[in-house]
Ligand binder design. Structure first.
Ligand code: HEC
Length: 157
């Protein structure tokens, strides 16, 4: 029993110490996705869906929930954002090649068709990111259409 109490105390101290280390936040001012919006021209409906369901992990601006103040949840969130952004960052759209833009839009349609995104752990805490079939269809249709435009632009003149 004594040893269990000691272990619990050590764990508690570690947990308290962890609270002092906060990962840097992913925050941006202003219109961080303007390149992306201007080029791919999503409807207001699609914009709202992407903002509510995707931007937290795929843009330079995350709306943090209260539990981001609690380590180790803050580390876990920060990892998701870093990993998500390295795959796809709507705020960095202007720096992507046409080929990459087209490929990313193809992936967007795929992850929605397969129900892979938004991550389950995310929709659990963000019910507004739980997409209806109609919402998914709207995003998929827009992604396929903008993708086509990039594909056409890639043709030699
Ligand atoms: C909670 C964070 C989070 C949210 C919210 C989120 N993603 Fe992701 N996304 C990730 C992470 C982490 C990865 C990389 C690992 C993986 O593929 O599972 C990823 C990968 C991707 C990829 C890469 C392709 C692939 O096949 O893996 C695409 C495309 C994508 N997400 C699209 C979306 C879209 C569209 C939404 C909104 C409908 C969204 N994501 C919402 C975290 C998130």
């Amino acid at each position: 029993m004594k040893i269990i109490k000691k272990i619990a105390l050590v764990l508690l101290l570690v947990l308290i110490a962890m609270q002092f280390y906060r990962p840097a936040k992913n925050l941006s001012q202003g219109n961080h996705t303007s390149d992306f919006i201007a080029e791919t021209n999503p409807s207001t409906e699609v914009q709202v869906i992407l903002e509510n369901a995707c931007y937290d992990c795929h843009s330079n601006n995350t709306k943090y929930p209260w539990y981001n103040n609690v380590a180790p949840l803050s580390y876990w969130l920060s990892d998701h954002v870093e990993e998500g952004k390295s795959e796809l960052n709507f705020s960095a759209w202007g720096s992507y090649s046409n080929k990459k833009k087209s490929h990313k839009l193809e992936e967007v349609a795929e992850v929605l068709e397969e129900g892979e995104m938004p991550l389950k752990s995310y929709t659990l805490m963000h019910s507004e990111a739980e997409l209806t079939a109609a919402q998914k269809d709207a995003v998929i249709a827009w992604a396929n259409q903008s993708r086509l435009l990039y594909e056409l632009n890639q043709q030699p003149q």
